[in-house]
Structures are given as structure tokens and as C-alpha cells.
Design a protein around this ligand. Sequence first.
Ligand code: HEC
Length: 448
Amino acid sequence: MSYKLPAIIGLQSKDESESDKENLQASQNYVYAGIMLVILSIIANTYFAVKGSPWEAHLLEWLNIVIRVMHITFGIAWIGASFYFVFLENALNRTENIREELAGNLWAVHGGGFYYLEKYKVAPKTIPKHLHWFKYEAYFTWLSGFCLLFVVYYFNASAFLIDKTVLDITGTQGILIGVGSFILGWMIYDLMCKSPLIKKQVWFVLLGFALLVGFAYFYNQVFSARAAYIHFGAMIGGLMVANVFFVIIPAQKAMVKAAKEGLPLDPQLGKNALSRSIHNNYFTLPVLFVMVSNHFPSTFGYKYQWLILALITLGAAGVKHYLNLREKNEKSVWVMPISALILLSASFISAPAKNPEECKSEISFIEVNNIIQKRCISCHSAQPTDEINKVAPNGVKYDTPDQIVVKKNLILQRVVITKTMPQNNITGMTPEERDVIRCWIEQGASLN
Ligand code: HEC
């Protein structure tokens, strides 16, 4: 392949021919890939250089935010495109003034311009030279998500992935179980899609749902609360990307190839791709809900997490079903209220129980402060002594009485109601101590 340096740096002349432009595009991609590799190796080298120093936490935090923003951005691009095409499919005009070769068309106005779009029943007679593919959004969402999983959970697996009170395994074992579960999930799901079961829609959905709940239950028995949540979301997200990579894109490539060579198209290819695409459509909202709820302890702090995950999955998929029905102008009276009820039931079930015991004596602040100094200060201090948290997590410090009192509601939430602090109860807080904190807050959290 030949390319010109002035072209790469953007100094191309106006009479550039078509093939020059393509060469330019290709060579630009190589340059970008090279730059990416250099950046990645700089990051990896920096990580090993600062490992064990106070800069490690700082570097991980920056990696966390940069990769997180990338993950969200790619995710928006992917899900946005996916929602848009499902909308097109649902909203196509399939009846009025349609040419024989078309499945439908659609007029739209957006951004101050009018758009007209046609969908072919099978394929146009000649495949156009410039055909836009949608795939990198999905691949990069997966790639950034996988990196994020490493930065947040796998780099410090013994602290974030593993909770010894749930299951006493090493970080490496945890990572292998996590990654292995993604592969296993895909293998089972893919087999289900290729089996005759796919034709029996109701059974397919029931079995698929039971399988998901099974995975939720499994993660619940193996990982720390937050890690269990993120693995459930990542597993379904993985199914979605694998659908794009292993089924949808290869089917489209085969269809384009057959059309170019004038061979008959295998309609099954398109059908397979469409059914995977529909599954992805129903997966999107559950995955988004799970990814976000992973930041809210009243969801992942509940004892029977798998139940909350099951209800979220069902309710969120129900909401998507409602949106699909609306786009198709079909009747949908009960779908939305039932889905909302299912989601609401998750919040009812996980609500804290009424306090069983009355607080007997007046609790003094000294008592509370002793507990906090013993159980929390190793992380939540201006100078943490914890192995992993080298700066106070979320800026929450308990060095002075004031710092404790102003955070009393958050403390109640994390220590008494959801019991998600101390993190994985690494400092061994007892139920009696949690009760002292509860009574102190119920009695008005005074500093006496
Ligand atoms: C091993 C380190 C560690 C210990 C010990 C620990 N925490 Fe935390 N804490 C964290 C981390 C990490 C976060 C941020 C992640 C999260 O919210 O789960 C956090 C977050 C919190 C938050 C939420 C702050 C916010 O802005 O949402 C509260 C409240 C909290 N901790 C209270 C406590 C209390 C009270 C104790 C002692 C009973 C305690 N923590 C012990 C590591 C720790």
C-alpha cells in the first residue's frame, strides 16, 4: 500500500482521487493504532513504576475516570444506534407507495434537515460502494468495559472483587471465575439460540430468564456485593457484544458477499441476525439499570441480591417491550404499569426492616467515636493506613467529631441499613457496634 506523508497529516490537495482517499483512510488507521499502542505501553509502564507508592491510587483513579467516560461514550453511541434502528424497524411505512423491492420507508426531520430513508426487502441489486457498518461502537464499548473491570475490580481483586465472608478465595481465583463465567454464559446462550428452542418463544424467554437468575445467584455466592452486580451486568453486556461480533456482523458480511457475487441469499442468515438483534434490544435497559445500581448500596446491599437483579431485569426488559409496542402503534395498556410495579417491588423488598430492638441506654459520642476510630479510620482519614485506599474514599474522613456528625445519614445508610461499610467488613465490625451507631443516630446524634 502506498501513501503520501502530506496526506496523512492532512495536507491533501483537492484533486485527490477516490483511491488515494481510501489509502489515506487506511494509513490513518495504522497511525492511530500505533499511537494507541504507544499510549497503552506508557500507561502500563507508569503503573509498574508507581506500584506500591502513593501515586498508585492516583493513577488508578485517573484511569478509572478516563476509561469510564470512554465506556459511557461508546455505550451511548452503540445503544443510541441500536435504539435508532429498532425505532426505524418499528416505525417504517410499509404500506403507502412502496416500490416492489422495498420493505418500507420513512421520512424524518432532525437538526434542521429532512431525511428520507428506504429499507430493502432483501438487498439492492448492486451493493453500493460506500456502505456504512455499525460495529466499532459495540466493540469499543466492550473493550473499555473490560478495561474498567480490571481497573476497578481486578487490579485489587482481594479488596474489591473478593469478600472473604462470602467465599474465601484468592484474587486470582476470583478473576478466573469471573472471566470464565462470561465465556460459559455465552456458550450456553449461543447453544440455546442454535437449538430448536429458539422457535418456541415463550419457553426460550422463560429458560433464558431462569438462566440469568441462576448466574445472579451464582455471583451472589462468590463475589463481594458490588462485584456480583457488575459481573451480572458485564455478563449480559458480553452476550450483546458477542451477538454483534459472532453472529450479526458475519451474517451481514455473508449477505454482502453473496449479493456482490450474484448468488442467492440465505434468508436464514438475516433471520438469525435479526433475532440476536432483538435479544440485544431487550438486554439494553436491564444492563444499564444494573450498571448504574451498582453505585447504590440500597440495591446491592440487600441480602438476596439475585432477587433484586431478577426483578430489575424483568422490569427493565418490560419497559423496553412497552417502548417497542408503542413504536409499532400496538396495544400496550398493561405492559408499562406491570413493569413499573415489578421495579417498585424491588425497592419495597429491599427496604430496611423495622428496628427490632428499642435502644435502652443513652449512647455517648465517646462510645461512637471509639467504634469509628477502630473500624473506619484506616480508610476514612486524611492519612489512611489501609493497604489499598491511600486517600480517603469519596473524600469521606472521620478525623474530627464534626466530620462524623455531618455524615450521620450516610453512616446510617451504609453501616446500619445496608451494612455495606466497612468495605467488605474488612475491619471486622460487630452487629452490636452497628446497633450502637443506630441508637446514637436515633437519639439525635449529639456530641455529648
Ligand atoms: C477498607 C477501607 C474502608 C473502611 C475500613 C471503611 N470504608 Fe467507607 N468507603 C470505602 C470506600 C472504598 C468507599 C467508596 C466506595 C463505596 O461507596 O462503596 C467508601 C464509602 C463510604 C461511604 C459513602 C460515601 C459517599 O459519598 O457516598 C460512607 C458513608 C462510608 N464509607 C462510611 C464508612 C464507615 C462509617 C466506616 C466504618 C464503620 C467505613 N466506611 C469503613 C472504604 C472503607
